[in-house]
Design a protein around this ligand. Sequence first.
Ligand code: XMP
Length: 533
Amino acid sequence: KILILDFGSQVTQLIARRVREAHVYCEVHPCDVTDAWVREFAADGMLKGVILSGSHASLWEDETLRAPQVVFELGIPVLGICFGMYAIAAALGGKVEGGHKREFGYAEVRARGHTQLFEGIQDYATPEGHGMLHVWMSHGDNVTEMPPGFKLMASTDSCPIAGMADEERKFYAVQFHPEVTHTRQGKAILERFVLGICQISPDWVMRDHVAEAVALIRKQVGDEEVILGLSGGVDSSVAAALIHRAIGDQLTCVFVDHGLLRLNEGDMVMDMFVGKLHAKVIRVDASELFLGKLAGVADPEAKRKIIGSEFVTVFKQEAAKLTSAGAKGAKWLAQGTIYPDVIESGGAKSKKAVTIKSHHNVGGLPEQLGLKLLEPLRDLFKDEVRELGVALGLPPEMVYRHPFPGPGLGVRILGEVKPEYADLLRRADAIFIEELRNFKDEASGKSWYDLTSQAFAVFLPVKSVGVMGDGRTYDYVVALRAVQTSDFMTADWAELPYALLKKVSGRIINEVRGINRVTYDVSSKPPATIEWE
Ligand code: XMP
């Protein structure tokens, strides 16, 4: 295993992710663990290497940010990244100084000399035969003097010591960030460290993670009862399946159906969790309540607030029933919080990370309910959560489903939400999704559902004139939206084939009586958002 010590960089978890992608087990812990803790961690003889992370700012002056000295005494390889490089320099007798120039973004690094870390890894070679790497840098300080025993491994014009190595002791340090994808050879460099230098065999797979996670949940929860809010989305579904695997009937899922779900979604969730997994699920049909509260409300923000607060109210009522059974009542609230949620809310394990924004998943509920929080997906990225879902036996169609917003169709019916509108929208949306799944792109062999990040229909409460058979129609309009994005912060509208759009519009207009016109949304984000409300 690899120990990653976190000095508070926003991207520390990416190091863990790259190591896990190399099929090597690793754990991230704060940099201020004690020497004794590290010795204990290494006591099983499995610790084969340590990685010291970057930090989010120039914190060199902060004397508490130093690596535990013992990591240099265990006789195992150490890799320092950015701030981690200063930590190595400081611990072993080098010198770090505040740089005169902050360097942020792309840089070209010249690999000097011959080290095991870089051997054979380069983006291109200069005419003189030096290996060059395109890397991503973010630093203000510099190592100005290497510790005794270290050789220069890399440099840039503005950073003469951009990498250093003591090959005898297998200590390596780089100023740039190999864990981010902007560093093209970053993955190869980290793989070289864990597989080549630390000599770990790449045999860690998601199956192992299931076993570890199950053991951890059992240890945390003991014989106490757990409640989980199941939404049908990927994260809560995978969390439910995992916790159910660990503690079976000690888990009760509460599935609040607000009446704004997709076609047959409620039944599908029940079939999966009750029918196949035999989990305990309480389905609360609250559609009348929600639609009643939404009647006459047209303002998007007001609608969102109503849906959000009703959801919390209904969930709390159900949770209260489950917690009120005295000593046998539920003691835990489980949530499908994943690592990006943790980063966004500034709750990453390190106290040093900066807060960016608070996230709805992580706030208040457990305290209000007097429950302890169980978050078994906290360390995982979305694609790892999906992989875990598949390893737990969830169907790939569920695990690879496009995201669906909490307020559901409430933000896809413009203006006032009416049951009639929701029915029409659900049917149109289901046709669109079905055809996206059917329609394959010849070049890649993938379906257009897999080639888009999110796709859905939007109900426009305006009527337009049409002609059907011999008759005139005067019916509603739906807009189709399909986007491609990697992070949902920006998005391009998808260039769906005309043949697909034609098929979808033909089917919707023929099969959904009440809709006589279909349009395609060709707006990118920004300036448009993905949802219409
Ligand atoms: P926008 O419309 O802001 O959407 O471009 C970006 C992504 O966020 C989803 N979204 C939500 N998800 N609760 C959620 O759980 C919400 O209130 C919400 N609003 C937007 C949206 O579907 C898209 O994936």
